[in-house]
Design a protein. Sequence first.
Length: 72
Amino acid sequence: MNAPVELKAIEGMFKRHYKQIEVRFDPEHAVAWTYMKPSGAPCFNLDMLEELRAHDSAIESCGGRVLYKGDL
């Protein structure tokens, strides 16, 4: 199994840098993993919610398709 790569490495997807979530893409299984990494006390907060909404909007805006090494 290939180690997941950061979504920053995926062409044309998620150019935003997140502070409270971590996003990784597993090309073998074509899955984007999203991990919560809150700053301060480990809790769900409004900043994290904003990042999750931005992340979901990015997925939605590209129709759920990710260009990785020239392939969908």
